[in-house]
Design a protein around this ligand. Structure first.
Ligand code: SAM
Ligand code: SF4
Ligand code: SF4
Length: 366
């Protein structure tokens, strides 16, 4: 396998106890060993999914007898809300609900209602969003919006029905996902973002139709490089369609120019159409890693804290929480984990990292 060049993290380590240490964004919070603040939390509400996308939960591996988490091991809504409040107290300003497929979790709007009532210590609202495969959005978009969800991201890998059906692994028609997006729009969720994973040999031909569609519909499209998350998807570098390749495909038909990032830590490289007709993003975590700006933590459905998408293990927060630890004790626990964080997997990706054990993406929250 070809070795990928390694850019270095931008920030310098902060020595000693990072309690209250300034981070690269200068705002209060907890900083890790590279000065990266804890600003985003992805909350996985379930490890289950009704799809079997080959790049995430290939059907051959995740068959009928696959042992998902037993229900009593999954955090309750009350436990999620309590932990989310603690994370927000530590400086998190953005909560993303994910999974597995978050919409398969029963009564999800109740969780959204409780999370949308959380505000930051300075009184500013927390940015609450959700990533879904869109299959159950028609009935749920309105209840989610009423519960306080502002915006949403829907994963769409192709507009071609045959390609979409094979990429979701369960023959699910694209028309129902598109109807779910229409329901999200009717419910007032805005903006609507679209995530597209591009995997060589599967959906390169879907790139241009998706770009045109998103531009015409006013949707914010983000192409994601196929990543080596987990170990079940049989990832190979040759299957990655690079951001550069995706952008040049689009630029040849619809000329693009780069736009500067909205904020430090934004993972998508932003581009706009030169004719002013819209924007798109590329998440180039394989060919242009952005670990230096990574401010994300993940809370898995069974209450483990992960400090990197490629982590081999997490820190159990569920046990101390269920054993009766106070908010302050839990906060100290989270602070201690983040203070020693030194993750930069994508910057170090190589043949050696390929062989490391990794938790699957659906399990730790994509
Ligand atoms: N089930 C929901 C969905 O598909 O939107 C949320 C969870 S899913 C794990 C979150 C995002 O991760 C999706 O946009 C999905 O396309 C992306 N994803 C999953 N496996 C990936 C991989 N191997 N490389 C890049 N992105 C991946
Ligand atoms: Fe399910 Fe999302 Fe993974 Fe596809 S990417 S298998 S929809 S969790
Ligand atoms: Fe963040 Fe880990 Fe991804 Fe780097 S590899 S950007 S540290 S999640």
């Amino acid at each position: 396998m070809e070795r990928i060049p390694l850019p270095l993290s931008a920030a310098a380590p902060i020595p000693g106890d990072s309690r209250g240490a300034p981070s690269f964004d200068g705002r209060p919070g907890v900083a890790d060993r590279f000065g990266r603040a804890l600003r985003d939390l992805r909350i996985s509400v379930t490890d289950r999914c009704n799809f079997r996308c080959p790049y995430c939960m290939p059907a051959e591996v995740f068959g009928r007898d696959f042992a998902f988490l037993p229900h009593d091991q999954v955090l309750t809504f009350e436990e999620i809300e309590r932990l989310a409040r603690i994370f927000v107290g530590l400086g998190v300003g953005k909560l993303r609900i994910t999974g597995g497929e978050p919409l398969v979790r029963r009564d999800l709007p109740l969780l959204i209602a409780s999370l949308s009532s959380i505000s930051s210590p300075d009184g500013s609202p927390v940015d609450l969003t959700l990533t879904t495969n869109g299959s159950a959005l028609r009935p749920l978009a309105r209840p989610l919006a009423r519960a306080g969800l502002g915006r949403i991201t829907v994963s769409v890998d192709s507009l071609d029905d045959a390609v979409a059906r094979s990429m979701n692994g369960v023959d699910f028609p694209i028309s129902r996902v598109l109807d779910g997006i229409a329901a999200a729009r009717e419910a007032g969720l805005s903006p609507i973002k679209i995530n597209t994973v591009v995997r060589r040999g599967l959906n390169e031909a879907s790139v241009m139709p998706l770009a045109r569609w998103a531009r015409d519909e006013g949707l914010i499209l983000r192409f994601i490089e196929y990543m080596d998350v987990g170990t079940a998807n049989g990832w190979r570098l040759d299957d990655v369609v690079s951001a550069e390749e995706i952008l040049s495909m689009i630029d040849a038909e619809l000329p693009l120019e780069a736009v500067s990032a909205n904020y430090r830590g934004e993972v998508a490289g932003r581009y706009r159409y030169r004719d002013g007709s819209g924007e798109l993003g590329v998440i180039a975590s394989v060919t242009r890693p952005f670990c230096g700006d990574c401010t994300r933590a993940r809370l898995s459905a069974d209450g483990h804290l992960y400090t990197c998408l490629f982590a081999a293990r997490g820190t159990d927060l569920k046990t101390p929480l269920r054993d009766g630890e106070s908010d302050t004790e839990l906060e100290d626990r989270i602070r201690a984990v983040w203070a020693v964080r030194a993750d930069r997997y994508s910057e170090l990706r190589s043949e050696a990292t390929d062989r490391l054990p990794k938790v699957e993406m659906f399990a730790l929250g994509g």
